[in-house]
Design a protein around this ligand. Structure first.
Ligand SMILES: Nc1ncnc2c1ncn2[C@@H]1O[C@H](COP(=O)(O)OP(=O)(O)OP(=O)(O)O)[C@@H](O)[C@H]1O
Length: 309
């Protein structure tokens, strides 16, 4: 895989002095699906806008397909499709013209067969002769997607694509993302829905207060999610963990009234059966046992909290 988007030490300071991106670096590989997660105001849209060349970085460099997004804007932008959060369509224009015009804007020759297939994929074909103003909000979002795809971009940005959309559109959108992935299109999406990122992304990036806290393979994150904790309440408090239990990942909590055992659910064995036996052999009585699964959401919340002084 080769790198298609390179963000190098990018800082973005808005007029008024607010630093929305702090020395951000990121490499996006061709053909991958990257989900950017972050709380409101984290800088996700700012990052996307700078990559798309809509907002100029205060310092640093961004290249898309090797083209600098500032000095070689047209070549870089031609490779990019952007589905923004806000609906920014011409209300009196017809659907088909909106999409056709967008393709022409990038200097691509007319290709009605391609536009038909995009509109059909988005269940918009029967609306092709409708004016934008006559469409529902969900239909307008579909037009935004069609418009972004009309010039056959190699990198597609979806900014909060499923915020406030119905189940039908969500399903269509993920089917489309799947087809684009098969065609080798690189997809970057921002979302608040962690489960969504988990379902479709290859990698997950977590951004908070203008800083990328982590970019990690989803499978690795899932293996971290697979980490579970078992809380073992004891009948009597203990001053220390007996030496015979030293091989287990145990922590003494509540002044020795309980032990917490951390284990990996995806490992071949959890070690619970032998731990319970060894606890008994060490003469410890069990009052109660509870288990607690850490999820991607827990990891996300923990990381964001840790990064907030
Ligand atoms: N044009 C602007 N001028 C000044 N500040 C701005 C501007 N645009 C965004 N900001 C600020 O920059 C920060 C990052 O905003 P951004 O829209 O990038 O966040 P986000 O992660 O996309 O948030 P959300 O999830 O709410 O869409 C916010 O504090 C926002 O108020």
């Amino acid at each position: 895989m080769s790198t298609i988007v390179e963000v190098e030490n990018v800082t973005k300071v808005y007029l008024g002095g607010f630093e929305a991106l702090k020395d951000t670096s990121l490499k996006i590989e061709e053909g991958e699906i990257l989900a950017l997660l972050g709380p409101n105001g984290a800088g996700k849209t700012t990052l996307i806008s700078t990559i798309c060349g809509l907002s100029v970085p205060t310092s640093g460099q961004i290249r898309v397909g090797g083209h600098d997004v500032v000095t070689d804007f047209r070549a870089a932008r031609k490779l990019i499709g952007l589905v923004p959060q806000e609906i920014n369509l011409e209300p009196f224009e017809f659907v088909i013209n909106t999409v056709r015009f967008s393709r022409g804007l990038f200097g691509k020759s007319r290709n009605d067969a391609l536009l038909e297939s995009i509109l059909r994929d988005l269940s918009l074909w029967d609306k092709k002769d409708s004016r934008i103003s006559a469409l529902s909000g969900g239909m307008k979002r579909r037009v935004l997607i069609a418009k972004a795809l009309a010039h056959e971009p190699r990198v597609l940005f979806l900014d909060e694509p499923t915020a406030g959309v119905d189940v039908e559109l969500r399903k269509d959108m993920w089917a489309l993302v799947d087809r684009l992935r098969q065609d080798g299109v690189t997809i970057i999406l921002t979302t608040h829905y962690i489960e969504e990122a988990e379902a479709i992304a290859d990698r997950v990036g977590i951004i908070n207060k203008g800083e990328i806290l982590l970019v990690e393979d989803k499978k690795d994150l899932i293996s971290r999610m697979g980490r579970k904790e078992m809380r073992i309440e004891l009948t009597e408090t203990i001053a220390q963990i007996p030496d015979s239990l030293a091989s287990y990942d145990l922590t003494r909590v509540d002044d020795g009234a309980a032990l917490v055992y951390a284990y990996n659910t995806r490992g071949e064995r959890t070690g619970i059966t032998s731990l319970l036996k060894d606890l008994q052999a060490a003469g410890l009585g069990l009052k109660d046992i509870q288990t607690n699964q850490s999820s991607l959401e827990d990891i996300f919340v923990t990381l964001v909290q840790e990064a907030t002084p």
